[in-house]
Design a protein around this ligand. Structure first.
Ligand code: PGA
Length: 253
């Protein structure tokens, strides 16, 4: 069985105290919840990772990851953070390829390939984000776009490396817009993704990879989206900043 995951991407929100408060509030909400093999992750801004991680009231099941890292392992890159630094801060998981990074920081498929390689070399697990823009969906090129994004950044990996990849399909038009993909649109794309991976590698690998949906997931739509057979949870932006909304989404997993 694939692992189900609900992950909160805090983006550039919350200061140190607020980060600690939120991780504690989520932990309190989860207190009596049986998670089994399901995973819960939060991704604060890097400067607040350790504060969230070390909060005494954090439920150990609330994993704390990073939103980004540089492709080099060190050197003269002012303002950047490396994979080995994340490992040093007890981070196990890093988000790569978020559409905001692609859009505002010019992260290309080939750059993301380098980042993925660097993360995996350092034994980080990667939540790899990808998804089409509205004009691409309207032009009916969304399947091609997604296939290209996957191929260019991930299809050189070995089967063993795939064990450390979590996918997050996030149609750009649904991020922060309140416009969610319908559960059917999500399922259609997730099945396509799984088939594409199955053809490039094999069905066993494709069946084992968790594919999260992201884009305006809220307490009122999570259950229906997560109910689809190829949707293994979600990457949550806005609603992850509120402990009761985020835990409602976790309960829908
Ligand atoms: P959203 O963001 O839930 O606010 O749409 C999702 C994301 O960017 O991962």
């Amino acid at each position: 069985m694939r692992t189900k995951i609900v992950a909160g991407n805090w983006k550039m929100n919350l200061n140190r105290e607020e980060s600690i408060e939120l991780v504690n509030a989520i932990s309190a909400e989860l207190k009596h919840l049986e998670l089994g093999n399901n995973r819960v992750m939060v991704f604060p801004p890097s400067i607040n990772i350790e504060a969230a991680q070390n909060s005494k009231s954090r439920d150990a099941r609330v994993e704390v990851g990073a939103q980004n890292m540089h492709q080099a392992n060190g050197g003269a890159f002012t303002g950047e953070i490396s994979a080995s630094m994340l490992i040093g801060a007890n981070v196990k998981t890093v988000i790569l390829g978020h559409s905001e990074r692609r859009e505002y920081f010019n992260e290309t498929d080939s750059l993301l390939k380098e980042k993925v390689d660097q993360a995996l070399e350092n034994n980080l697990e990667v939540v790899f984000c990808f998804g089409e823009k509205l004009e691409e969906r309207n032009a009916k090129s969304h399947f091609d776009v997604v296939e290209r994004q996957l191929k260019k950044a991930l299809f050189h990996l070995t089967e063993a490396q795939w064990a450390n990849i979590i996918l997050a399909y996030e149609p750009v038009w649904a991020i922060g817009t309140g416009m969610t993909a319908t559960p059917e649109q999500a399922q259609e794309m997730h099945a396509f993704i799984r088939n594409t991976i199955g053809s490039a590698f094999n069905d066993k690998l494709a069946g084992a990879v968790s594919i999260l949906y992201g884009g305006s997931v809220k307490p009122n739509n999570a259950e229906e989206i997560f109910g689809k057979p190829d949707v293994d949870g979600g990457l949550i932006g806005g609603a992850s900043l509120n402990a009761s909304d985020f835990s409602a989404i976790i309960k829908a997993m």
